[in-house]
Ligand binder design. Structure first.
Ligand SMILES: [Zn+2]
Length: 289
């Protein structure tokens, strides 16, 4: 299996290629055309036309830099309603696999019979393929968090975005034997080119309901409060096994916080499930388990 390329036309791909862009993006294209037309028809109005285009770019950029926005296309910030009705929530763990932190996370999850989704960086998965397979063997899900996790992701053009995500699809499927169905953007930052690429690769974008900020802050109590205090059915929580900050005692934050977080979930009769499990009866996204 290889990532889709332009040299591989097929009727199905042509159909997906013709799929509409998100409404906000098509509106923006029309907005540009309208402003250009107005400036041509009434040259004295050109400062207004430039201002209208600049305002549109500010809004598009803001939509991409706000990880939970839906302006640039479909974006899960919560699980589907049916999963919430079953009192499910999702624990998502990013930037691994990490040979020091991931095994400890897997042991804690096993102890609580909890399932989680690991948004892996494909480069790390290739460096630690056995650990990546271990994640899946222990009942969890590995999904796509890009090939290299570039900090410039939201500045990439459509070809570079497709290369970054397509290469990760290929690598993760090779390592785990399962093709990812979900994508999370590095740091959650995006641009208008992302949605059509995800549509072509058949990937659903996922952000989060709340995140622990556990790559930058070192306080387990603050992380637990952020994730657990308002926990409810349908939540998608974000923590990190890769790039994980350590507490003053030297413990990765996700390891320090998981036991109390899962205890809180149990007291609320909530079940931690993987994203494919949460989507199992979602007609639009029949994810394989
Ligand atoms: Zn990340």
């Amino acid at each position: 299996m290889s990532p889709p390329t332009d040299s591989m036309p097929s009727p199905a791909r042509e159909e997906r290629r013709a799929a509409p862009w998100p409404a906000y993006v098509t509106t923006s294209i029309a907005w540009h055309a309208g402003a250009a037309g107005a400036a041509l028809a009434a040259p004295e109005a050109w400062p207004w036309a430039i201002g209208a285009i600049a305002a549109n770019h500010v809004v598009l950029t803001a939509g991409g830099l706000w990880p939970r926005s839906r302006w640039l296309g479909s974006n899960w910030t919560r699980l589907p309603d049916r999963a919430a009705a079953r009192r499910e929530f999702a624990l998502t763990i990013d930037d691994g696999p990490d040979p020091e932190v991931t095994p400890a996370v897997l042991d804690l999850l096993d102890r609580e019979r909890a399932r989680a989704t690991f948004f892996c960086i494909a480069e790390h998965a290739r460096a630690h393929p056995a650990l990546c397979r271990e994640i899946v063997a222990r009942g969890h899900s590995v999904q796509n968090h890009s090939e290299r996790h570039p900090h410039t992701f939201s500045l990439l053009g459509p070809k570079a975005i497709e290369r970054e995500i397509g290469a990760a699809q290929h690598a993760l499927a090779d390592v785990t034997g399962e093709l990812p169905r979900f994508f999370r953007a590095p740091a959650g930052l995006r641009n208008p080119f992302l949605a059509p690429v995800l549509q072509r690769l058949d990937l659903q974008l996922v952000s989060w309901t709340r995140r622990g900020f556990d790559t930058v802050r070192r306080d387990p109590a603050a992380m637990l409060a952020r994730l657990a205090n308002r926990l409810r059915a349908g939540d998608i929580l974000l923590a990190h096994d890769g790039h994980a900050a350590r507490s003053d005692a030297g413990v990765p934050l996700v390891v320090a916080v998981l036991p109390a977080l899962l205890e809180r979930a149990r007291s609320l009769a909530l079940t931690p499930v993987t994203l494919p499990m949460a989507a199992r009866d979602d007609g639009a996204l029949q994810a394989s388990e």
